[in-house]
Design a protein around this ligand. Structure first.
Ligand code: FES
Length: 177
């Protein structure tokens, strides 16, 4: 068939590496479907996010209904169902962090990145997402970047983290004037 059809077929399949890693997870459970979350994580690890066609391929591989796997992927908020940037910032917007100033952090991040929550920067470096309680309330306000949690956050610490991840994101100069 045409090249585009072949490409689509390829996208719908799991790679041999993905299959091997997911098969290893299946070995830990009596039912293949129990490896759903691990399978989703493995796909995300390789592809950056989990598309509809990836869901279909994984459902086939795990021998489970596509709708059921879709439900797992939707419920688990660390699985991305849309393309994301190189770094994903997840800012907690639950009550403890809100009391401790997460609104100000969100505004600061929006200003620094030039995006709103749910969006990705034009250079595809950062995606900003809201998330419910990260279970780190003692260190509120809290955020997670690329799976690593950071507590007691301030605007200055946010700037430092952005700069460490991508040196082109210079810290803001103090605005005295
Ligand atoms: S409310 Fe933010 S970590 Fe719990």
């Amino acid at each position: 068939m045409t090249e585009s059809v072949l490409q689509t077929a390829h996208i719908n399949e799991l790679s041999s590496v993905e299959r091997r890693e997911i098969e290893a997870e299946c070995g830990h459970y009596p039912q293949r479907s129990a490896a759903a979350i691990e399978g989703l994580k493995i796909i995300q690890n390789h592809r950056g996010w989990v598309s509809d066609s990836s869901i279909q391929a994984l459902a086939r591989f795990l021998d489970m209904p596509c709708g059921e796997l879709e439900g797992v992927a939707t419920f688990y908020n660390l699985i991305f169902r849309r393309p994301v940037g190189k770094h994903v910032i997840m800012l907690c917007d639950s009550v403890c962090c809100w009391v401790k100033g997460s609104d100000n952090l969100r505004q600061h991040l929006c200003n620094r990145l030039g995006i709103q929550p749910g969006q990705t920067t034009e250079d595809d470096l950062f995606t900003l997402l809201p998330i419910v309680c990260l279970g780190d309330c003692d260190r509120a306000p809290t955020l997670m970047i690329d799976g690593k949690q950071h507590g007691h956050m301030t605007a200055e610490k946010v700037d430092q983290l952005l700069h460490q991840l991508e040196p082109s994101y210079q810290q803001e100069e103090s605005s005295d004037g």
